[in-house]
Design a protein around this ligand. Structure first.
Ligand code: ASP
Length: 356
């Protein structure tokens, strides 16, 4: 099994204002690279919509446009909050809610199906100023899981709630609950059928199905995440997902696990991950990025690449977004693509999907 190395090592930085042209020019082939978002009031916002086999040749222009539009909308939602000196967590939540409401992403409305044909959602959020965190897993009725993660953080003495208990807490706090049918999308349902069929198939048939699965792989992932640096210099990060198609036995991935899928610390960086959750848990990727910065003095770019390399060495695929307290950011991934975007103080969102 071969693994591509994590994203590029662009050393380019902004020296002054951040124009759209500068941002575009500085995009490295395998990610946006590490750049500085602004010198005076360095606020900035980075999002992702999942990593996976996302290739130009498989994408229709309509579909690509839909992704670009939604990612841009999410970036601008966060930007509007930050521009008005709003808090980083408000920006994170604003963008993630928009992506949860879109069937394009594997979160909220577009969540993938479990083996049992249900949708079970996981989420987490972290405040880099206080190191407070909130998470919820195995949700079946919460329309916008990220809102519940924030409530767990702010309105309870706990960090993580799961299943029925989490939903009882959600109901108590007026979080919108929906019939599980809300999460049904034909595309995700068909995806589950394909994966199940592939499981049943004897090896000779496997290769044809493998091809089909590859075509579907762009939908396998699609977790969403956001990291914001606000004008007060605070970092916040959040992640929301439907997990992995065909997951069983109450499986929970990295997304709701603080330190694995999400982490934020004002002294280092904010991180949100996407990919094969089991590997991201084993490497504690989000905390690994922060630790490398803190203890080894690595840049956010080097720290993120190093953490992702560990995932790759174990056999895991995926990517992450990371933003440091000075506004440097990086978006490495070891898959063929990752939906991602960034906006700085200039307010011109930049969205990227493929490696180039
Ligand atoms: N990390 C998520 C999980 O393992 C899936 C993803 O990011 O696509 O649940």
């Amino acid at each position: 099994m071969s693994h591509k190395r994590a994203g590029g090592e662009s050393r380019r930085k902004f020296l002054g204002g951040v124009g759209a042209a500068a941002l575009a020019a500085s995009a490295s082939p395998k990610g946006l690279g590490a750049q500085k978002m602004g010198e005076l009031h360095p606020f900035g916002f980075v999002i992702h919509g999942g990593a996976g086999t996302i290739e130009r040749s498989r994408m229709t222009p309509e579909r690509e446009r839909a992704y670009r539009e939604k990612l841009t909308e999410a970036l601008l939602a966060g930007y509007e909050v930050l521009k008005k000196s709003g808090g980083c967590l408000d920006a994170v939540v604003a963008a993630i809610v928009l992506m949860e409401d879109s069937p394009l992403f594997n979160a909220g409305k577009g969540a993938v199906f479990t083996n049992a044909g249900t949708n079970e959602l996981d989420t987490s959020i972290m405040d880099g100023r206080t190191l407070k965190a909130g998470a919820a897993a195995s949700l079946k009725h919460v329309k916008n899981p990220i809102l519940l993660a924030r409530l767990v953080m702010e309105q309870s003495p706990h960090v993580m709630m799961v299943g029925e208990g989490a939903e009882a807490f959600a109901a108590q706090h007026g979080v919108e609950l929906v019939d599980p049918k809300y999460f049904y999308t034909e595309e995700r349902w068909q995806q589950l059928q394909k994966v199940k069929e592939a499981e049943k198939s004897p090896p000779p048939k496997q290769s044809k199905l493998e091809k089909e699965l590859r075509a579907f792989d762009e939908h396998k992932f699609g977790t969403v995440g956001a990291v914001a640096l606000d004008r007060a210099g605070n970092l916040g990060a959040g992640t929301s997902t439907g997990g992995m198609t065909n997951k069983r036995f109450g499986r929970v991935g990295d997304s709701p696990i603080i330190g694995a899928g999400t982490y934020a610390d004002n002294e280092t960086c904010g991180v949100s991950c996407t990919g094969d959750g089991e590997y991201f848990i084993r490497v504690s990727v989000a905390h690994e990025v922060s630790s490398r910065m803190r203890y080894a003095g690595e840049s956010v770019e080097r720290a993120a690449a190093g953490a992702l390399e560990k995932v790759g060495k174990l056999g895991g695929t995926g990517g992450l977004i990371a933003l440091d307290r000075r506004g440097n950011f990086t978006t490495p991934f070891n898959t063929s693509g990752m939906y991602r975007g960034v906006v700085g103080p200039e307010g011109r969102p930049r969205v990227l999907i493929y490696k180039d």
